[in-house]
Design a protein around this ligand. Structure first.
Ligand SMILES: O=C(CO)COP(=O)(O)O
Length: 259
């Protein structure tokens, strides 16, 4: 498991992850091989993606860490709300993950709905299986109710992230909130926390600033999707983020990677 840990996290215990696991949410016109190759060229540590993408684009992933998205959420054409109306299901086994060369499995810890316990049990099950095979289990911790889309106070974020660590997640992916609140959550979540990206913005500085702020509060990395694979210069953006994650560069220094 240690060697797989260091495929996902660098020797400084930090990670930059390309998140290409969105279920058809805008990326379906994208060439995954191109996005992966450019991100790896720019210096991502790991690629989080779906089973079929791993199988097809193994060459492009190359030596980067490989994180299998465990769930299949349905397509963007589904009726109903993917998160609120269905429990998460993980059709792949950890043995399947090993077979495609994954170093970790990412599970969806969607809380706040009537499927909360079901989804947490998925994490527990995958975590125990991952231990058996020496893979890491990541848990993406979200809280959504019919009323609140994804608004987090520190208490809520702390509850769900800590719960994931307690049932066996080796690292937790969560949303960045205000710095003071986030710092408390990170310090209470005794496994590494990685922050997720966010909706597409046309402002590189803003993306880099948010990454730097999260790391400054103790996050061990970032998992970034739309603002990386949706960028016109994917390799440059990955290189800029890498400077923030692994070199403690300032945002101005990192921006130079983008010309
Ligand atoms: O981690 C992520 C998805 O799994 C983050 O994706 P976005 O950056 O597009 O929000």
């Amino acid at each position: 498991m240690k060697s797989r840990y260091y495929k996902v996290f660098g020797s400084d215990d930090r990670t930059l992850i390309l998140a290409l696991d969105h279920g058809g949410a805008g990326k379906i016109w994208l060439d995954p091989g191109y996005a992966i190759a450019a991100s790896v060229e720019g210096g991502v540590d790991a690629v989080l993606t779906n089973y079929g993408v791993i199988k097809k684009f193994r060459r492009e992933i190359g030596r980067a860490g490989t994180i299998l998205r465990g769930e299949v959420f349905g397509t963007a054409k589904s009726e109903g709300n993917l998160f609120l109306d269905y429990g998460c299901e993980i059709p792949y086994t950890v043995e399947d993950a090993v077979r495609v060369g994954a170093d970790a499995v990412m599970t969806m810890g969607l809380t706040g709905t009537r499927f909360d316990a079901h989804n947490m049990q998925n994490i527990a099950r995958v975590s125990a299986q991952c231990d058996r095979y020496g893979l890491l289990c990541g848990a993406e911790m979200l809280y959504k109710t019919a009323k609140s889309a994804s608004e987090y106070d520190a208490e809520t974020l702390n509850t769900i992230c800590r719960a994931a660590a307690e049932i066996g997640a080796d690292f937790v992916k969560g949303t960045f909130i205000d710095p003071d609140g986030f710092r408390k959550v990170v310090s209470n979540c005794y496994v590494p926390m990685v922050v997720l990206g966010g909706s597409k913005v046309d402002n590189d500085r803003q993306v880099l600033e948010q990454a730097a702020a999260a790391l400054d509060c103790g996050a061990k990395g970032i998992a970034i999707g739309r603002n990386l694979w949706g960028h016109k210069n994917i390799a440059g953006m990955a290189a800029a983020l890498r400077r923030i994650v692994h070199e403690n560069a300032t945002v101005d220094e990192a921006l130079r990677e983008l010309g």
